[in-house]
Design a binder for this molecule. Structure first.
Ligand SMILES: Cc1cc2nc3c(=O)[nH]c(=O)nc-3n(C[C@H](O)[C@H](O)[C@H](O)COP(=O)(O)OP(=O)(O)OC[C@H]3O[C@@H](n4cnc5c(N)ncnc54)[C@H](O)[C@@H]3O)c2cc1C
Length: 534
């Protein structure tokens, strides 16, 4: 008899815990469990802010999927598409140019949601998202770099930009990031006599009138606000982060904040794979019954952040997108899958939140438990650490994390960068009206191609500015100083909001060395421009 195959898409809280329960429920001679995930590890997201801040080690938050799920087959691949008619999943090619197709009898969708900056100008290009382990590491590396650069910077404007940090969103993630980042930069700055504590600005922008208004009662929100303000975080309420550029953030009040670091914790959107599935959805989430079966489909189930599961403890309500819910949903979902094979009665998911915990850095936290008990300060922090430690999957991970926390009490954490990926060859940049792409006299480091908008090329002479050219979509600039190894002979300023592609000098060199037609065109344009401007 052929084995029945249950395929789980996504190795997050929903997917991993479903597979763990299925491994207990199902006989491996009759059933096969396959889990598909981009990474071969599970990430404990509630601790990502601490990874960014360095108070929790990088590997403390990840667990190997193979050791958590010894009886399941792991496909460490990108899901490309799902064919509901043929009951197949197409996985992206890995080391060859062919995709892989796998068949399912039952499908569990646990792909979570994604960060999406669509609709917000410049955020995609210049804001740092905060959702994955890679995001946490990228922010940490970037912050260490800004402090290092500021310590030797002699231009006061640039130093101010380097030491200003803007965080958008005052929900749990935003508050935790602001608290950890504030601790991190101030701790790092202590090592540099050229940086004064007062020069550092950490600004938290929140559209509502109190922090974590969806997660915590007002008293704890105000406690967190007071504590962060006391530690020097500048909190702005009723304001949104509307645009980011290479030089800073623009707020909904039109205030411009000059900053090299803009972090956005706000937008999360449905996973594109889920969006593309022809299944009943609301706001991009799969509609399920209380047993997590997708409406009108007996072989498809959904769990976690990508599912709209009725909350039976409240009227006309749905389960919130939290890990606390996803791990409990998983137990019922796994039971229901095995019940669909054995003909047993399926169960409904019914769970009342146990409470909320949020870390505020500096060994402090806020907590509300069972809707009644409110805790703050070090007691809440000890409880926060203990609860999250208990929830870490697998005994090995628990032991390693406990040892690492113990050692951290004795040995200070090192603040070194982990530069893993080389800098991007072509970058997309967004500038606002009036901003300068570069200034006359700057070093020539990039060639720019205009994707959208218009720029003015200006030459400064004896304090006077003269417009020497206007350029628009499809045109390029910045080639002169790259070809002649000189500094910029003019300033380029944006006439309106402008999107450009920036090609790094070294990549530009490779391109023109191997692409003779392009070299010819660029040299011709350079010649014409020289004639016009002298
Ligand atoms: C910074 C942060 C802090 C949080 N703190 C808390 C907290 O304190 N308490 C709490 O209860 N909740 C917290 N949450 C929310 C919680 O992490 C989520 O609700 C939970 O992770 C949802 O689980 P999930 O399985 O639905 O999705 P996820 O855990 O996001 O898992 C989805 C998985 O699918 C994979 N995937 C997605 N698309 C593809 C694809 N195309 N191909 C292959 N794999 C794919 C992803 O790589 C990921 O592994 C936090 C979330 C974040 C981002």
């Amino acid at each position: 008899m052929e084995k029945k195959r249950i395929v789980i898409l996504g190795g997050g809280f929903g997917g991993v815990y479903t597979a763990m329960h299925l491994e207990k429920y199902l006989n491996k001679d009759k059933f096969e469990i396959a889990i598909i995930n981009r990474e071969n590890y599970f990430v404990y997201q509630p601790m990502l802010a601490e990874v960014m801040g360095g108070s929790v080690g990088i590997l403390d938050t990840v667990s190997s999927l193979r050791s958590l799920l010894p009886k399941s087959a792991l496909y460490m691949r990108e899901v490309e598409s799902v064919d509901l008619q043929k009951k197949t999943i197409t996985l992206a090619p890995q080391f060859c140019h062919k995709p892989l197709e796998i068949q399912y009898d039952h499908l569990v969708v646990g792909l979570g949601n994604v960060t999406d900056f669509r609709g917000a100008t410049g955020l995609h290009e210049h804001a740092l998202p905060f959702k994955t382990l890679a995001d946490a590491l990228r922010i940490r590396n970037h912050v260490i770099e800004t402090i290092d650069a500021a310590s030797t910077e002699t231009n006061p404007e640039l130093k101010k930009r380097l030491l200003t940090y803007v965080i958008g969103g005052g929900g749990f993630s935003g508050v935790e990031v602001a608290a950890e980042l504030n601790d991190l930069v101030k701790r790092l700055a202590k090592g540099f006599p050229t940086i004064q504590k007062e020069e550092i600005r950490v600004i938290l922008v929140h559209s509502k009138d109190r922090l974590m208004e969806r997660e915590l009662p007002e008293s704890l929100s105000r406690y967190a606000e007071k504590l962060l303000k006391k530690r020097g975080v500048d909190i702005r309420f009723g304001i949104r982060l509307s645009t980011a550029t290479p030089k800073g953030a623009l707020l909904s009040t039109n205030e411009k904040i000059v900053s090299q670091t803009v972090i956005s914790t706000v937008p999360s959107s449905p996973n594109p794979i889920v969006e593309a599935m022809d299944l009943p959805k609301e706001k991009g989430k799969l509609i399920t019954d209380a047993g997590m079966q997708v409406k009108d489909h007996t072989d498809i189930w959904a769990i976690g952040d990508c599912a709209l599961i009725p909350d039976l403890t409240k009227e006309k309500s749905f389960c919130p997108p939290t890990a606390q819910y996803a791990v409990r949903e998983a137990k019922i979902l796994a039971y229901n899958i095995q019940a669909s094979f054995t003909g047993q009665q399926k169960k409904e998911f019914r769970f009342k939140s146990l409470g909320a915990l949020g870390a505020l850095g500096h060994h402090s936290a806020v907590a509300e438990l069972f809707g009644r008990i409110k805790l703050s300060g070090i007691i809440a922090w000890v409880m926060w650490r203990f609860i999250y430690w208990m929830k870490l999957p697998g005994i090995t991970r628990k032991v390693k994390v406990a040892l690492s926390w113990f050692l951290d009490m004795l040995i200070p954490i090192e603040s070194v960068q982990l530069k893993l990926a080389p800098s991007q060859g072509i970058a997309s940049l967004h500038f606002e009206k009036g901003e300068e792409v570069f200034h006359q006299g700057d070093i020539g480091d990039y060639l720019y191609i205009i994707v959208k908008g218009h720029v003015q090329v200006l030459r400064e002479q004896e304090g006077e500015e003269e417009v020497i050219a206007e350029l628009g979509q499809g045109e390029f600039f910045g080639e002169m100083s790259l070809l002649n190894e000189k500094t910029r002979a003019a300033t380029v300023r944006c006439n309106d909001p402008v999107d450009v592609l920036a090609i790094r000098k070294s990549d530009f060199g490779i391109l023109i060395a191997n692409f003779s037609e392009m070299k010819k065109k660029i040299e011709e344009t350079e010649g014409e421009r020289k004639k016009k401007t002298g």
